[in-house]
Design a protein around this ligand. Structure first.
Ligand SMILES: Cc1cc2nc3c(=O)[nH]c(=O)nc-3n(C[C@H](O)[C@H](O)[C@H](O)COP(=O)(O)OP(=O)(O)OC[C@H]3O[C@@H](n4cnc5c(N)ncnc54)[C@H](O)[C@@H]3O)c2cc1C
Ligand code: FES
Length: 252
């Protein structure tokens, strides 16, 4: 699909926990071609009024009402500024960007860490709409970092791992008991060390594993080369256009 530059109107900005917020953004144009795992590039003005564009994954789409949902974590300049945006304000957004997830397998296992859990929601919904209830593991440091878990729970079998044991199983996602269950494909998004550990687990168990990388980006359209990643075979890939979703065995 052709990339579009459109103004979206903020319908809601809801704090999900001390770190993350949910943006409900309404568009005048159809969002029907947006796939799970794709991202958008949002324009935010910093305190000096310089324009920054920031990549944020698609969390959910209401295809009938043209509503885009994003979950954003406050990390630095742009995301903190964005956290203060109010209902009725408008945001310039380039979309859809990246390749997105291919919907494969009959028994998918989705593993998200921190805010990386956000893009797995639309993926879980795509499976659910096909009559497949995915298994979902969500990992976080503490219960304060979790968000919208009941919405994930409604789409499949959810198991939570927290490092401090405040909710669910204590420990990392790689020790979650759901890993012992029957699955035929893994999709993961989260911190790189977590995704590498998940990819290693998948390799040992001879299961395909798709990872969604979050390299630092600027243009989001393959022009600046600041998001380049070296493949296992030494070949360079552009995460914003060739990815962000890759078959783990191609990159690690
Ligand atoms: C394809 C893609 C999808 C993403 N999806 C989401 C999402 O759904 N929700 C979300 O909250 N964030 C997401 N991110 C990360 C988000 O883009 C960054 O957090 C954001 O750009 C930070 O901007 P900032 O101005 O607030 O921080 P800055 O002031 O630019 O940076 C603050 C600190 O965060 C670090 N940082 C910034 N960006 C990244 C990054 N991409 N990876 C690792 N460290 C970084 C910087 O090194 C710095 O230390 C995604 C990134 C990519 C590439
Ligand atoms: S962000 Fe510019 S090439 Fe990928």
């Amino acid at each position: 699909m052709m990339k579009q530059l459109e103004n979206f109107t903020v319908e809601e900005n809801i704090a999900l926990n001390p770190y993350c917020f949910l943006l409900k953004l309404v568009s005048n144009v159809s969002l029907k071609d947006i796939k799970a795992g794709q991202f958008v590039n949002i324009e935010v003005k910093d305190i000096q009024d310089r324009i920054l564009r920031r990549p944020i994954s698609v969390h959910d789409v209401d295809y009938e009402k043209n509503i885009l949902y994003l979950v954003v974590q406050k990390i630095g300049k742009a995301t903190n500024k964005l956290s203060k945006i109010k209902k009725g304000e408008s945001l310039s957004i380039v979309f859809p960007l990246g390749n997105g997830f291919e919907i494969k397998g009959q028994k998918p296992l989705l593993i998200g860490g921190g805010v990386g859990t956000a893009p797995l929601y639309l993926l879980a919904k795509k499976f659910y709409d096909k009559g497949i209830e995915p298994k979902i593991i969500i990992g976080a440091r503490t219960n304060e970092q979790l968000f919208l878990t009941n919405r994930y729970n409604a789409l499949g079998q959810l198991s939570i791992s927290t490092e401090d044991g405040s909710v669910g199983e204590k420990g990392l996602v790689t020790s979650n008991t759901l890993l012992q269950s029957d699955f035929d494909i893994i999709y993961t998004c989260g911190p790189t060390p977590m995704m590498k550990a998940v990819a290693l687990f998948a390799e040992k168990n001879n299961k395909p594993c798709y990872v969604s990388l979050e390299n630092r980006m600027a243009c989001g359209i393959g022009a600046c080369l600041c998001c380049v990643n070296e493949n296992k075979d030494g070949h360079n890939v552009c995460v914003c256009t060739d990815g962000p979703v890759f078959n783990a065995k191609e990159i690690w």
